[in-house]
Design a binder for this molecule. Structure first.
Ligand code: AMP
Length: 213
């Protein structure tokens, strides 16, 4: 099962990628998390990526393509995966398709006001990357992850100004991929509304319809 989750920042790709990966037992590949680990460990990739991420701009294609190519060679990704955050440009899509044909590309969709509201209230566990929302999905103890006890942080790029730049980058660079995969007959559209569990069920229905799960 080779599943790509496309969609603007804040639409719930990471949350859904984690849930589906646990339910279906396939690895998740989340480029934003991979890059944040590089930044936290101060690797050479992390140093190159940091400034772009802080400004809400995309990291250069060649760096991302090399990082993903290496990840897809890992043993656990041979049979299938759920990818969130890649491809994000036409150049990335072309490099990806030279190696892999996805079974389905799901475009998660929500209104722009909703995305901004979700991102500005989002808190993420520093340790396990679990995602919370101050209003819609708060942790049991303020600032502490329910799952692992890690510290919950407000991502530096979840501020209004950077969110707007990330949305601009999405519209300019990534949205064309929605049309690309529609033209290839690989696209399924899912509205990201009505609660996390309901969206997961809609995604499972898409995979079921395509006989992938
Ligand atoms: P995300 O967690 O998916 O919102 O990604 C956070 C940041 O990582 C983005 O704003 C970009 O700076 C960078 N990033 C993640 N994935 C990619 C990608 N496929 N291409 C370029 N930049 C990326």
């Amino acid at each position: 099962m080779k599943v790509v989750l496309l969609g603007p920042p804040g639409v719930g790709k990471g949350t859904q990628a984690r849930r589906l990966s646990e339910i279906l037992g396939v690895p998740r590949i989340i480029t934003g998390d991979m890059l944040r680990r590089h930044v936290a460990s101060d690797t050479s990739l992390g140093r190159k990526a940091r400034g772009f991420m802080e400004r809400g701009e995309l990291v250069h294609d060649d760096l991302i393509i090399a990082m993903i190519r290496e990840r897809l060679e890992d043993e656990d990704a041979r049979e299938g995966f759920i990818i969130d955050g890649f491809p994000r440009t036409v150049a990335q899509a072309e490099a990806f398709e030279a190696h892999v044909t996805p079974d389905v590309v799901v475009a998660l969709e929500a209104a722009e006001g909703e995305l901004i509201e979700r991102l500005s209230g989002r808190r993420v566990c520093r340790e396990c990357q679990a995602v919370y929302h101050l209003v819609h999905d708060p942790p049991r103890r303020s600032g502490v992850c329910d799952r692992c006890g890690g510290e919950l942080v407000h991502r530096e790029d979840d501020t209004e100004e950077v969110i707007r730049e990330r949305l601009r980058a999405y519209r300019r660079e990534t949205e064309p991929l929605v049309h690309r995969y529609a033209a290839k007959g690989l696209l399924a559209r899912v509205r990201s509304e009505g609660g996390i569990g309901e969206v997961t069920r809609k995604l499972q229905a898409v995979l079921h319809d395509r006989r992938l799960a």
